[in-house]
Design a protein around this ligand. Structure first.
Ligand code: RP5
Length: 153
């Protein structure tokens, strides 16, 4: 039987998907079940809200949210959940991701988004951070993280 997803990766647009490949790959490497959705905070606000509620009910423990331009998505998800939210600024558009970085990182007090970097290391670090959170209660994931670091040369 397929494992139930623990991590949800939400992107603002299907066009963000290619940038997120390193996160998909690493979560697979860590043996963490995940699911993904393309739902824009600006274009599909009602569907996004419904999805957050149902994902929580289904057992999602961590949200990873990626968006470019005026990237409200991670913050909006954080506003609707008490689960940790990791934000990935997608480098697109004329400002090359600086707009998304500032939109995601500058959250008002009380509604944090753990924000990773703009480049290709961003999605990677989002997956590692999600694994580290899950590893607090999961020895198997902790072992995978140890093996991952042991592979650094
Ligand atoms: C953001 O606008 C998305 O996250 C994406 O990075 C950017 C462009 O979206 P599309 O116009 O390609 O759908 O909301």
């Amino acid at each position: 039987m397929a494992k139930k997803a623990l991590v949800s990766i939400v992107m603002g647009s299907k066009s963000d998907e290619g940038h997120l490949e390193p996160a998909f790959k690493l979560l697979d490497e860590f043996g963490i079940a995940w699911e993904s959705r393309a739902l824009s905070a600006h274009r599909q606000p009602d569907e996004l809200r419904e999805y957050i509620d149902s994902a929580e009910t289904e057992g999602i423990r961590i949200f990873i949210a990626a968006a470019g331009l005026s990237a409200a998505l991670p913050g909006v998800i954080a506003a609707h959940t008490h689960k940790p939210v990791i934000g990935i600024p997608v480098p697109g558009g004329p400002l090359k991701g600086i707009d998304a970085l500032l939109s995601i990182v500058q959250m008002p007090g009380g509604i944090p988004v753990a924000t990773v970097g703009v480049g290709s290391h961003g999605p990677k670090n989002a997956a590692v951070l999600a694994a580290e959170i899950l590893a607090l209660n999961d020895e198997v994931v902790l072992e995978k993280l140890r093996a991952y670091r042991a592979g650094f040369k």
